[in-house]
Ligand binder design. Structure first.
Ligand SMILES: [Zn+2]
Length: 408
């Protein structure tokens, strides 16, 4: 039975690879289609060729790293790598919580090292070649250390708590796990801009001047406090422009990248801000958080139900089952469901984008938002007409053309 489950897991991994690869191929072909009339003016011919070359370079890297990961994970499962890491952690310590921490540290470090060449190539070769990369090598190293430290601390605390509750609560573990992971998720959603983001970026209030006055004029009409609008130094890493809304409860913040302020007109920046205020007014963060909490609950319910079954360890080739082996088997078994929930969350997110656009249209204006979106597409060398299957699978935002049509 355990072998059969392992075969099913590997079959799904292969299926998911073939699915995403086929959709990637379909999407690459869209670059050779004639551009729709509505978007004719956004790219100059040589820029369009550059965007196409950028998409090709990224697709190639994605294929190579995807193939590599596929071979590694299948080989690792086949050769009982997880059971081996479990034995190794058990030889280091007999304390179950520490065993879990050592086990995930081993897997995490191996995963990081294996991915490093691809992330270096992506940043310092592809992004560099197309003029996006502004990350210095020292920033890259600092980012790496900060990320490792943060994941070790946050992941370590979370895993220790879960492992401890797993040992003492037995069948009722899932309820405690649900509460704790939900609390962590809500906490970091609320404090993202005040706690996590400042570790990597500098946040400053809007400087006095024309832009601030224009934004103030708009934000007072919709009662969004100016003190909650920040500018971050995105240009430290990339030339790509962006903006987002984040936070829960009293912690509502809109973050504008300095690159956005540089590339867009005052009216366009205000329109983008109006879109972000729309996310806040329509309570999109709260609603997505609610969906996440439900999703986490379902996951823990299924995990709690499966986790004590000895087969969860046997699937990975281990003789005995424990918390961390169960967690790995569970996440592999759950991946078809994760694929579906990911698609559903994207559908939901695209609906929210239309709502935020509509909010910007009614409280400010549609035209500057449309020109801003056009500029942003060119700024990112984005695909003006991605394949519908690719949108369905990966897009959290509707396409430029879809958004334009909805606003007109
Ligand atoms: Zn949005």
């Amino acid at each position: 039975m355990a072998t059969l489950i392992l075969y099913a897991i590997i079959a799904f991994i292969l299926f998911e690879f073939v699915l995403t690869k086929s959709v990637d191929l379909l999407n690459m072909q869209t670059w050779d289609k004639p551009i729709p009339v509505e978007l004719k003016d956004i790219y100059k011919e040589e820029q369009y060729e550059k965007a196409k070359a950028y998409a090709k370079a990224n697709a190639k890297l994605k294929t190579i790293s995807g193939l590599f990961s596929l071979v590694v994970i299948v080989a690792f499962l086949w050769l009982k790598g997880f059971a081996w890491a479990d034995t190794l952690s058990a030889s280091i310590t007999t304390q179950p919580i520490l065993q879990t921490l050592v086990f995930f540290a081993l897997i995490g470090i191996a995963n990081y090292i294996l991915n490093l060449p691809f992330s270096l190539y992506g940043t310092f070769v592809i992004e560099q070649k197309f003029g996006f990369n502004k990350t210095s090598f020292s920033t890259f190293i600092a980012d790496t250390f900060k990320t490792i430290l943060l994941s070790a601390v946050i992941g370590g605390v979370l895993l220790s708590l879960l492992s401890y509750l797993f040992q003492i609560l037995g069948n009722n573990f899932w309820i405690a796990g649900w509460i704790i992971v939900s609390a962590f998720t809500l906490f970091f959603a609320a404090f993202y801009t005040t706690l996590l983001l400042p570790v990597f970026n500098k946040l400053s209030p809007l400087e006095a001047g024309n832009l601030r006055s224009a934004i103030e004029k708009y934000s007072s009409t919709v009662a969004f406090p100016l003190t909650n609008i920040f500018v971050i130094d995105g240009s430290k890493r990339s030339a790509k422009a962006n903006a987002f809304f984040s936070g829960l409860g009293g912690k509502k913040n809109i973050v504008l990248y300095d690159t956005l302020i540089k590339d867009l007109t005052q009216e366009e920046i205000t329109a983008v801000l109006a879109h972000e205020v729309g996310h806040y007014k329509r309570k999109h963060v709260q609603k997505s958080m609610l969906l996440s909490v439900v999703q986490i609950g379902v996951m823990f319910f299924v995990f709690g139900w499966l986790s004590s079954n000895p087969i969860m360890g046997e699937v990975l080739g281990a003789e005995k089952n424990n918390f961390h082996l169960s967690l790995i088997t569970f996440s592999l078994l759950f991946s078809p469901i994760s694929l579906v929930t990911g698609i559903l969350m994207n559908i939901y997110s695209r609906k929210n984008e239309y709502e935020a656009d509509n909010y910007a249209k009614t409280t400010f204006a549609a035209e500057p938002l449309i020109t801003a979106l056009k500029k942003l597409t060119v700024n990112h060398l984005g695909n003006p007409q991605p394949h519908p299957a690719f949108i369905f699978l990966h897009y959290s935002h509707p396409t430029l053309l879809q958004r334009m049509k909805a606003m007109q």
